[in-house]
Design a protein around this ligand. Sequence first.
Ligand SMILES: *Cc1c(COP(=O)(O)O)cnc(C)c1O
Length: 352
Amino acid sequence: MRPLTARISSAALAHNLAVARKCAGSAKLISVIKANAYGHGLEFAAQALAQTDAYAVLTLDDAARLRTHGITKSILLLEGPFDAEDAANIAGLDLMTVVHTRQQLDWLARNSKPVPVFLKFNSGMNRLGFPLQEFESVLAAARNNPGVGDITFMTHFATADEALGVDWQWQRFKQQVRQAQFPLSAANSAAILRYPETHADWVRPGIMLYGSSPFVELSAAQLDLKPAMTLESAIIAVQDIKPGAGVGYGLNFMADTAMRVGIVACGYADGYPRHAPTGTPVLVNGHKTRTLGRVSMDMLAVDLSGLPWTGIGSPVVLWGAGLPVDEVARAAGTISYELLCALAPRVRVVRQ
Ligand SMILES: *Cc1c(COP(=O)(O)O)cnc(C)c1O
């Protein structure tokens, strides 16, 4: 059996949710499990996060799967309906929905049953949301809409994980919405951890639930977060190479001394980033070493020089327990979100 396995820990997910709960104080938690729960498995994550107050997904398919799985808690559809048929299904599945356009309000108006709506305002990210200047007319339209039930005001932060922070958006948002006395939702993981003033009524943790830090300068361990996914494999071949020899496609890595090179059963077709350069951290037998040369479709090479006790069969951790996914992501010039979401369907997953 090919040794590549992604281990998903229910205990880690539950622990990270408890951390979010503690940070969030009296705010209710909407656990964000879009993108197959950031690669961890939709239904499994929903179950592991059973202490949440609500879930958020992107697609109606995911919401339907959760309902089929017996999830009766509130589910928020993060981008709302994409057409009138979606709007009908939102009511049919008893969902809460984001609404960020007038067209979505029109679709919902055709429903006979009102659904809870998160009216989304653009406070500066300029991605989704009504312009804040239209606040009063949007609110009036929503209140007169038979398809709209309880209203929450929502916005999303562009720089909660960066030095710029959230105040520039939070103040704008609050200025507009505060007189209306409806519940508010703004905080993602970074704002949950760093900006308690934005917690309001509903927080929306995503990445922190999976045990990754939203901040470059703070590790997941420093935030008391535990990795929910460990991607592990093994050495399947060893090459002893001479000075001047190269490794892998393009001979992209050239040895200047004699080296021992291990070949790991994991490649970019498994979701490991192809652009990870030589030097990306990897654990072999619990020892941190580095990748060598280009990542292939099904394999990658690691430096076993100075690790004479390693060989064929030695366990390898690509990320997770003992090697934070954030470190690997940084070395590869990306973020943990992308690595976790990109886990390929062909990887065997063990959920426990
Ligand atoms: C994905 C998402 C989140 C979660 O963000 P994290 O950075 O993963 O915590 C929160 N809110 C919205 C609207 C999202 O799309």
